[in-house]
Ligand binder design. Structure first.
Ligand SMILES: [Mg+2]
Length: 133
């Protein structure tokens, strides 16, 4: 199994418009951590450590970065992102197009299961041999 660097966006990905967490965040963070994957949090509006602490998720997160708002992959160095994302979860499609990952809807109903799909997709990717590039 590959160990992946998993990058989560915050607004409308993990924390919704009402300030509440999307369904299944802690379960998915726990499963990823147990699977040996590394969780990073990034956001276009700054370092979101406090938000993760407020929701008791800080223990799962290895590091925090500011996310470039455009030219994502080309500008990682400029933003001091010293880890290459293997899988990103974001409500902005452009980020997912650049790195690969899961384009998550920016709204969630009460039965939202998207993060469970995310977990499944990450586990499937981790089970594959590394891509040649
Ligand atoms: Mg967002």
């Amino acid at each position: 199994m590959r160990k992946l660097n998993v990058f989560f966006d915050v607004d409308y990905t993990l924390i919704m418009w009402d300030g509440k967490l999307r369904n299944h965040v802690e379960y998915v963070f726990q499963r990823l951590t147990e699977g040996g994957h590394t969780i990073y949090i990034w956001s276009g509006v700054g370092i979101r450590r406090w938000d993760m602490r407020r929701h008791n998720l800080e223990g799962y997160v290895t590091d925090y970065f500011v996310k470039p708002l455009w030219g994502y992959k080309d500008r990682l160095g400029e933003y001091n992102v010293n880890v290459m994302p293997d899988f990103v979860i974001d409500d902005h499609k452009g980020v997912v197009d650049d790195f690969g990952g899961y384009h998550i809807p920016d709204v969630a109903d009460k039965d939202d299961r998207h993060l469970l799909n995310v977990l499944e997709a990450i586990e499937a990717l981790a089970a594959q041999p590394p891509a040649e590039d």
